[in-house]
Ligand binder design. Structure first.
Ligand code: HEC
Ligand code: HEC
Length: 290
């Protein structure tokens, strides 16, 4: 009986140390960040307006295709990646999928004021201007029309790789995805992106290993939350699109994760069976002793 009491005291103190002290210290050193906000409450969005896609088509043709291609709608790139990067600092993305990739309120806010929506206004002080002009002089209804048009032409389904290509690859390489052909290099040449961003955005091939999945979600949803003053813009992805990007980074950088995790329960089952046999064996050995 005495042993049992000692045992209980040890168990209680171990649990207090484990659940009380360790998580508490962790909490103090890494205060939790607010969860990602996929509704983008803070932006100057659509404010409930519903757009007219037909009217939006005309507006997008008049305002956007000088810089952006929309290949699937018949508006090709006017310059190759290198020339457009030289002109704008970064190769502007094709807009065919924007209506699916980006939250609609975010998209509206980005069109009105890109630097503000992307939370990179700190980069455009002292006379420097964002390479994409503000369209906040347009009527809110016209902005809603353009968003409706972009949504109407967007594909219903995209592969994980396509999401990465349209949302991230203008700045980031993911070289491990295609070492041989080099097609997963960033679209913007290093010299241009360095001049525009102040540094070369990192190759993302191994980030799923060096950062946790939840960090990646928080960071992509709102980079300033983790790296205050960072040059990386908020990109405004929907939750689905962000999940696809992170899944893609995992497929490329840590393809054996699922296998590894599936192994855990198998080991536990093995240990349970082993423990039962060990116990039966012990009972058998001691039976003759008494
Ligand atoms: C003068 C060139 C120019 C024009 C005109 C222009 N853009 Fe852009 N746009 C850019 C550049 C450059 C970027 C990339 C900026 C960056 O990543 O920092 C961009 C980025 C974007 C993005 C990506 C947003 C994100 O969250 O990553 C969208 C969507 C977009 N533009 C839509 C539009 C629409 C819609 C119009 C027309 C109303 C338009 N753009 C007009 C140059 C332009
Ligand atoms: C307009 C360029 C641009 C776009 C678009 C962009 N990034 Fe970045 N990203 C950067 C820059 C610049 C940095 C370096 C930030 C720093 O060190 O301050 C960075 C850093 C990162 C990091 C490293 C964070 C860390 O903790 O060090 C990750 C992860 C990342 N980006 C993911 C993404 C993903 C995923 C996308 C697409 C959804 C994306 N980025 C789109 C420019 C961009």
């Amino acid at each position: 009986m005495r042993e049992l009491k000692i045992f209980a005291v040890v168990v209680v103190f171990t649990l207090i140390t484990y659940w009380g002290v360790e998580p508490y210290a962790h909490h103090e050193m890494h205060p939790p960040k607010p969860a990602p906000d996929y509704t983008f409450q803070d932006v100057d969005g659509l404010k409930g307006l519903t757009g007219n896609a037909e009217a939006g088509a005309t507006l997008v043709q008049a305002n956007c295709i000088a810089c952006h291609s929309i290949e699937s709608a018949g508006f090709p790139q006017l310059m190759d990646n290198a020339s457009s990067a030289a002109a704008y600092g970064v190769t502007p993305p094709d807009l065919a999928t924007s209506g699916k990739l980006y939250n609609a309120d975010y998209l509206a806010a980005f069109i009105k004021n890109p630097a503000k929506a992307a939370k990179v206004q700190h980069k455009f002080e002292d006379g420097a201007v964002h390479p994409m002009p503000n369209y906040d002089w347009m009527q809110p209804q016209e902005i809603a029309d353009m968003v409706a048009y972009l949504q109407s032409i967007a594909p219903k389904e995209m592969t994980n790789k396509e999401v990465f290509k349209d949302a991230c690859q203008r700045c980031h390489a993911l070289k491990y995805a295609d070492m041989q052909k080099g097609t997963m290099a960033a679209f913007t040449p290093d010299a241009n992106i360095k001049a525009y961003m102040g540094k070369i955005p990192p190759d993302l091939s191994q980030y799923i290993r060096s950062r946790s999945e939840s960090y990646l979600h928080e960071f992509i949803n709102d980079p300033q939350k983790h790296l205050e003053g960072t040059a990386m813009p908020r990109v405004g992805l929907t939750q689905d699109a962000e999940n696809q990007v992170v899944t893609y980074m995992q497929e490329i950088g840590d393809s054996s994760k699922d296998k590894r995790e599936a192994l855990g329960p198998k080991f536990l089952i093995y240990f349970v069976i082993f423990a039962i046999f060990a116990w039966l064996w012990k009972v058998k050995q001691w039976r003759d002793m008494h």
